[in-house]
Design a protein around this ligand. Structure first.
Ligand code: ATP
Ligand code: MG
Length: 336
């Protein structure tokens, strides 16, 4: 079984990334062979970005993933831009991707309206590159947050359409969206997901925030006018805090509700802040140890890219062969 997922090099990863994606990556190391995780620098350039900082942000994200529990000896961890097969496969797959579908993607709609300089064709093509990322490894399972469900459906369509037209070549992947914490919400605007680009600073808890900052953000979290620490319709704020604490404690949300029966929102928010700060502290400490050594991080990414390339090159050769691109693979053998 092959697991694949990608994450953007936006330096500071938040609690939504940690719970919705990164914890799933860590767990996947024990179930898959191989589990493959990619830092998607080529996705990051589809919107305005800081060119000088991009390499540094890749190292930040690499160190964050390792600090959270990824082990480069037990998974393949690499930088997308190092494996050229992804971009060639993107082009080949674009010919079995419907323009109308790309145009309808929520992420494209949301992100294109906030671009001030340019809505790039890259932003529209983002899901095709994402499909190439996954399909290049013939991954069976893709751990992601709820916001990526639509892109996963599109990549399944792309794989199916390819196989129908050119013969069984690609694996149609399944998404793996966590039961609890699939959509961690912004603490200040709980109707929205916690987000790197779209959220509020006070409502976004970063994995690397210091404990006081984490406590303060939770203490100020927006809740609702009710009093019971219970999930429910119309209670996105309190439901969010319950789910977050459930994941931090590694218990079900009902158990969190039970343990706060009769307590007030204020006490509950203080408890969530304290426990989350304590839960994330070791990740922050390990990050600080790892982040100082750029050369070591670069070495990990390079070694990962070598392993990734070996797999992706095989798939790409099969795709080219199926599509009739380049010389026939066994031309020499046939003519003999
Ligand atoms: P952006 O808002 O710029 O898209 P992002 O915060 O979504 O950034 P990504 O690197 O795009 O960060 O996402 C990495 C992973 O984290 C994806 O699998 C995504 O589904 C997941 N994820 C992102 N936000 C949340 C969230 N609020 N709750 C749960 N999972 C999330
Ligand atoms: Mg995202």
């Amino acid at each position: 079984m092959v697991i694949f997922s990608g994450i953007q090099p936006t330096g500071r990863k938040h609690l939504g990334n940690h719970i919705g994606a990164i914890l799933q990556y860590v767990e996947g190391q024990d179930r898959a062979d191989p589990s493959i995780y990619c830092i998607v620098d080529l996705h990051a350039i589809t919107v305005e970005y800081d060119r000088a900082g991009l390499r540094e942000r890749v190292y930040d994200t690499t160190a964050t993933l390792i600090a959270a529990g990824l082990d480069p000896d037990r998974c393949i961890l690499f930088r997308q831009g190092d494996v050229h097969e992804h971009t060639e496969l993107t082009w080949l797959l674009s010919s079995v991707t419907a323009l109308g579908e790309l145009n309808r993607m929520h992420q494209f709609r949301d992100k294109s309206v906030v671009q001030r300089q340019l809505v790039s064709a890259g932003l529209l093509m983002y899901p095709v590159l994402q499909a190439a990322d996954v399909l290049a490894y013939r991954a069976h399972e893709v751990p992601v947050g709820e916001d990526q469900r639509e892109h996963l459906e599109l990549m399944r369509d792309i794989a199916r359409r390819f196989n129908e037209r050119f013969g069984e070549t690609l694996v149609v992947p399944e998404h793996r969206i966590p039961q609890v914490g699939a959509r961690v919400r912004d603490l200040q605007e709980p109707e929205r997901k916690m987000s790197t680009t779209g959220g509020s600073e006070q409502g976004t808890v970063y994995v690397l925030d210091d404990p006081d900052t984490i406590r303060r953000k939770f203490k100020r979290a927006v809740t609702d006018s009710g009093t019971d620490v219970r999930r429910g319709d119309g209670k996105p704020g309190i439901s969010n805090l319950i789910e977050i604490l459930a994941v931090a404690r590694d218990v079900g949300p009902e158990e969190v509700e039970r343990s706060f029966e009769g307590l007030r929102y204020g006490d509950f928010k203080t408890a969530v802040g304290d426990e989350v700060a304590e839960w994330l502290a070791p990740v922050r400490e390990r990050y600080a140890e790892l982040r100082g050594d750029d050369a070591a991080l670069e070495g990990i990414l390079e070694a990962g890219a070598d392993k990734a390339r070996a797999i992706a090159a095989t798939t790409l050769a099969d795709v080219r062969e199926a599509m009739g691109v380049g010389p026939a693979r066994h031309a020499a053998g046939r003519s003999a």
